[in-house]
Design a protein around this ligand. Structure first.
Ligand code: HEM
Length: 228
């Protein structure tokens, strides 16, 4: 898939300026989504390590909203309701080292096969039963998916929505731009990232930048006032 064209970037900036005339970018990441497709009702893509990504996201629109959107009663100001906390991490991938491993070893680091099939043989749209594998013989205890969502055996998605891209900036080499949205940073990104601290995948990743933002609900009437 081609990198975003300058024309597309300009069109996006024009649309933003129509709402906020003084808007100017402070930070920018050029990104692309390889093999962008729908899989089991979820937007999916192929990340730089060669794995399908997006399958573990919430599936229904109610689940998506519950994970990603600030709701009334969350203790947030009225203008934040319907918006989402966004986390961006620019991550460099040690792709040469990764490729040195056999496919089966890479699968054990992720906890799924490249097409999303689970290591216990279940299909990509099923949930694994980690309780049947308490010692991690099939899916190691430090596999990415196992740590990212220990509730996986209950069929409950982690309370965040991931939408990752490959970096299209030549200076990034093999890079991934990890983006996720959540209603609560504490329950979403922060909780998951803490659990991932000891994961086997960490040896192949170097986080080089990123940040935390708030994505307001698309409502030009109040957005204009906020920046007035
Ligand atoms: C370069 C970095 C990363 C790579 C290559 C990667 C790759 C993957 C892959 C291949 C899957 C399985 C497919 C899927 O469910 O989408 C997955 C699942 C997941 N990842 Fe990552 N990921 C990365 C970083 C992160 C980070 C930083 C977080 C959050 C802090 C995260 C959270 C999750 C979650 C919650 C799941 C779903 C687990 C489940 O419910 O089965 N990932 N990731």
């Amino acid at each position: 898939m081609a990198a975003p064209t300058a024309a597309k970037v300009e069109a996006g900036e024009r649309a933003l300026r129509a709402v906020v005339p003084d808007w100017a970018p402070r930070w920018r990441a050029l990104m692309r989504r390889d093999d962008n497709h729908m899989a089991y009702g979820r937007p999916a893509s192929r990340n730089g390590l060669g794995y399908t990504e997006g399958l573990g996201n919430p599936g229904t629109s109610a689940q998506l909203a519950d994970a990603a959107l600030v709701a009334p009663g969350d203790g947030e100001p009225g203008w934040a309701v319907g918006g989402s906390y966004q986390v961006v991490r620019r991550i460099r991938l040690a792709i040469e080292r990764w490729k040195d491993h056999r496919q089966t070893d890479r699968d054990r680091i992720i906890g799924r096969r490249p097409d999303g099939t689970w290591l216990d043989g279940r299909s990509a749209d099923a949930r694994p039963d980690f309780t049947a594998d308490p010692l991690g013989r099939t899916t190691p205890l430090d596999a990415h998916v196992r740590l990212a969502n220990p509730a996986a055996q209950h069929g409950t998605p982690a309370p965040l929505v991931r939408r990752s891209y490959s970096s299209a900036a030549p200076s990034d080499g093999h890079g991934l731009v990890f983006i996720c949205y959540q209603r609560s940073l504490a329950n979403g990104f922060t909780a998951v990232q803490h659990r991932l601290a000891g994961e086997a995948l960490a040896d192949y990743l170097l986080t080089t930048g990123g940040g935390y933002w708030f994505t307001p609900r698309p409502d030009p009437s109040w957005l204009g006032q906020l920046f007035a």
